[in-house]
Design a protein. Structure first.
Length: 132
């Protein structure tokens, strides 16, 4: 399973994005049945389309591609809070990292800070190499 972060999905959706080709390659590897996204991450992806009045269409298209929405369990808020407090990551970035850890999945990201923290925690990263 591959957990997707918002940067990866946004890059996949935008041909002008510097990471578009690499993100699309990651998405091809993950889809149709191997891609998992946290609901908070999906909401983050949909902000731009919502501004353009297209959130429903983009959401439906992503689900049709085979992205699965994970179902957070009750202990996740505490783990995410601990991760946020200890890692220095932004809160939205803690959700895909926690999801990858809990499911034993790889994490797809082009965010160097998230990649670095994930690698430090033993999560395999697809996309950006962790920066020093």
């Amino acid at each position: 399973m591959i957990v997707l972060d918002a940067v990866t999905v946004i890059a996949h959706l935008n041909p002008a994005n510097v990471h578009h080709e690499a993100a699309t390659a990651v998405m091809r590897e993950a889809l149709p049945n191997n891609a998992l996204i946290h609901p908070v991450t999906m909401a983050e992806v949909l902000v731009g389309p919502a501004r353009a009045g297209a959130a429903h269409t983009v959401y439906a298209a992503l689900l049709a591609e085979g992205i699965q929405i994970c179902t957070p369990e009750s202990a996740q808020p505490q783990r995410v809070a601990d991760l946020r407090a200890s890692s220095g990551l932004k809160l939205p970035d803690c959700y895909p990292l926690d999801t990858a850890e809990q499911t034993g999945s790889q994490l797809a990201t082009f965010d160097h800070q998230l990649a670095k923290r994930a690698a430090q925690r033993g999560v395999t990263v697809l996309g950006a190499p962790p920066s020093a």
